[in-house]
Design a protein around this ligand. Structure first.
Ligand code: PMP
Length: 391
């Protein structure tokens, strides 16, 4: 390979490093949870998406072991060839029932689900309307589907309505994070559905961070808002609150039938191991029945919010497990994250391009696996940091 090709990459990496934007992978040496071993140190982690604390639940570990013993460790083929195991079939049915929608379809990850569904539903003659703070996977799907892309300011329903009203596209689809991944706030779901009805558009909800956490028994954001409609297409990942991996899309039977035939990231990829589906079949009743996990989580959220009310750095308004502490400057966000790490608290600094310039933040993720003492320890360290870290 020529020196200039490598030189270009080096220059790009050096520029990122100079701007304080280089990301580093940390090495996890324990199961995922609230108390973990990372890079050789025992820390309390505030950065997993294991919101209900299920990732190392003994019943789920047993289900995965038993699933592997029964069905093997690999699916061996894509769903439409011979990879669709009866565990997958049972899981699709259970997920549809769980979210009270007619049918569902499995994907290997939420990223793949977003790419697959949106590229299956939209083409050049169509239009997609997307919140500016949508997750990267929705943004990538919007580009890949080749439809006209209209981005509206965060949660700005007036702007969205103007875009919908003036669009002459054949098919329209509004796509949003139900819970925004870096801000933790909710999309105005009822208003979104009303606009989609008025302008005959699909509503695509990415509920990666709401599934398991919101709704009376963790059925997610759509259930929390009582949204039921044939034009609603609901996506949730199974790698966050559900504690395992994978994702599903739920909707009207016809939509799911269509996606099964046309979502390329469902068709042209090896099905996830059936043991994963078996594990998720065990996780769903735990999510539904163990309300105490959600109650404890919401108690911790309230505790963090009241503890940081008049602090140096404000929390962004969020009623979910994602509680972002707005710092602003990239270097200061990094310094705060390092200050906490030195005290055994792992809270990642999120910087551009993941969030807009000037809004670097600590993204505090709470979990039902945390104790009151864990959160109190974080509050104490943040108050000390506010005195000690230079402006
Ligand atoms: N959508 C949102 C809003 C997310 O936050 C994520 C994960 N970070 C995804 C989709 C992708 O889900 P998965 O991790 O299952 O690929």
């Amino acid at each position: 390979m020529s020196d200039s090709l490598l030189g270009e990459l080096k220059a790009a990496l050096d520029a990122r490093a100079a701007a304080g934007l280089l990301r580093r992978r940390r090495l996890l040496e324990s199961p995922q949870g609230a108390h973990v071993r990372v890079d050789g140190a025992e820390v309390i982690s505030f950065c997993s998406n294991d919101y209900l604390g299920l990732a190392q639940h003994p019943q789920l570990i047993a289900a995965m072991q038993q699933g592997a013993a029964e069905a093997g460790v690999g699916s061996g083929a894509s769903h439409l060839i011979t990879g669709h195991h009866r565990y997958h079939q049972a899981l699709e049915q259970a997920l549809a029932e769980f979210v009270a929608m007619p049918a569902s379809l499995l994907f290997s990850t939420g990223y793949m689900a977003n790419l697959g569904v949106i590229t299956a539903l939209l083409g050049r003659d169509d239009a997609i309307f997307a919140d500016k703070l949508n997750h990267a996977s929705l943004n990538d799907a919007a580009v890949l589907c080749r439809a006209q892309l209209h981005r509206f300011a965060h949660n700005d329903m007036v702007m969205l309505e103007r875009q919908l009203a003036t669009s002459t596209a054949k098919r329209k689809l509004v796509a949003v994070d139900a819970v925004f991944s870096m801000d933790g706030d909710l999309a105005p779901l009822t208003a979104l559905l009303a606009l989609c009805e008025r302008y005959d558009a699909w509503l695509y909800l990415d509920d990666a961070h709401g599934f398991g956490v919101l709704g009376p028994h963790g059925q997610g954001a759509a259930a929390a808002f009582g949204l039921y409609s044939d034009r609603l297409i609901y996506m949730a990942t199974l790698g966050k609150a559900a504690g395992v991996a994978g994702a599903f899309v739920a909707g009207a039977q016809l939509v799911i039938d269509y996606l099964q035939q046309s979502a390329r990231s469902h068709i042209y990829t090896t099905a996830a191991p059936p043991a994963l589906a078996a594990t998720l079949l065990t996780a769903l009743p735990l999510i539904a029945q163990q309300d105490w996990r959600r109650q404890h989580l919401h108690h911790l959220i309230a505790m963090l919010q009241s503890g940081l009310q008049h602090g140096r750095w404000p929390l962004l308004p969020s009623a979910t497990a994602i509680q972002p502490l707005l710092v602003g400057d990239n270097h200061q966000a990094l310094a705060l994250s390092e200050y906490l790490l030195a005290r055994g608290l792992l809270v990642p600094a999120i910087r551009p391009p993941t969030v807009p310039a000037g809004t670097a933040r600590l993204r505090i993720s709470l979990s039902a696996a945390h104790t009151v003492d864990d959160v109190q320890g974080l509050l104490t360290a943040l108050h000390a940091a506010a005195q000690e870290i230079a402006a």
